[in-house]
Design a protein around this ligand. Structure first.
Ligand SMILES: NC(=O)c1ccc[n+]([C@@H]2O[C@H](COP(=O)([O-])OP(=O)(O)OC[C@H]3O[C@@H](n4cnc5c(N)ncnc54)[C@H](OP(=O)(O)O)[C@@H]3O)[C@@H](O)[C@H]2O)c1
Length: 268
């Protein structure tokens, strides 16, 4: 069976990867359509004639309701939404937008699948590049855990689920995470990825900030990296619940190893 599939956020990193996978698995024509989440009429125009929606989230409150309402008005018959892993926990406040959107989707009566994505590796850009630049992997807590995967792994799941025949994934929440790890464990994997001995050491938050400043990482990398340290240090974020089972079931293979994805990330 073929569907007319619309992917939001198609110009973004996730959306463009998902479209590449959709074309790979089901090579039909692709045409761009323009819509703004804050303008429901533009979405109704963009969704006309479409059956399935891969709804890639934006991190702005309230405007996602327009997407659900436009989908309903246009007779979209299936929504796959990119939510956040551990939405019941504190996730920098991002969980508020996602939980609300999940609720709007459920209330719409349209069959759905919620993809609860954990973090992208990019959130540790600052720390990974600082380690590469300095030969030291510093962190501020050895206690709690975190996990991440590659965008392309999440995007492939988005493509596989939106293309799945019949109602296989209807009205399901799929948790996309991997086995979580501590910062000292991550340090060891970065060492292996770099292929050389590095210093791996716990420091205070002030020392960590100084390390990032001296390591020549981007402003964005510094700010996100500091937030991640605080997030892991504070815990109570659901990270320890990560389990690759559902991720690997949808992909029908193992997730790429952490060492290999870190190596790839640092080689760019
Ligand atoms: N799990 C994680 O670690 C993580 C990290 C970051 C983000 N995220 C979430 O995942 C989503 C996708 O990530 P990404 O890396 O692909 O983000 P991205 O590269 O920044 O792409 C965002 C996409 O959303 C579109 N967009 C933004 N505002 C819009 C609006 N008002 N109406 C319609 N489209 C709009 C952008 O379109 P334009 O090009 O036209 O602006 C772009 O195509 C993010 O938006 C965020 O919700 C998750």
């Amino acid at each position: 069976m073929t569907w007319n599939i619309i992917v939001t956020g198609a110009t973004g990193h996730y959306g463009s990867l998902a479209i590449d996978f959709i074309k790979k698995f089901n090579p039909e024509g692709v045409e761009p359509r323009i819509g703004d989440f804050s303008d429901k009429n533009s979405l109704i125009e963009a969704f006309k004639g479409m059956n399935r929606l891969l709804f890639v989230s934006v991190p702005y409150k309230n405007i996602q309701k327009n997407v659900v309402e436009a989908a309903k008005e246009c007779g979209i018959s299936y929504i796959v939404y990119t939510s956040i892993f551990g939405a019941e926990y504190s996730k920098f406040g991002l969980e508020i937008n996602h939980k609300q959107t999940e609720q709007w989707i459920k209330e719409s009566g349209i069959p759905y699948t919620i993809l609860r994505n954990n973090w992208y590796i990019d959130l540790e850009e600052g720390l990974l590049h600082a380690t590469k630049n300095t030969g030291s992997f510093l962190y501020t807590t050895k206690e709690n855990k975190l996990s991440f995967a590659l965008r392309r792994e999440y995007a492939e799941v988005g493509a596989r689920v939106i293309l799945k025949e019949d109602n296989f994934y209807y009205n399901k929440i799929i948790n996309l995470a991997r086995t979580p790890f501590t910062y000292p464990e991550l340090g060891k994997m970065v060492e292996e990825a770099l292929g050389k001995k590095i210093e791996i050491k716990e420091v205070s938050m002030d020392e960590f900030q100084k390390y990032l400043e001296e390591a020549n990482v981007t402003q964005q990398g510094k700010s996100v990296s500091l937030s991640m340290q605080t997030y892991v240090k504070n815990g109570n974020n659901g990270e320890e619940l990560g389990d690759p089972k559902e991720f690997e079931e949808v992909l029908s293979r193992k997730l790429e190893s952490l060492v290999s994805i870190i190596r790839e990330y640092l080689s760019d």
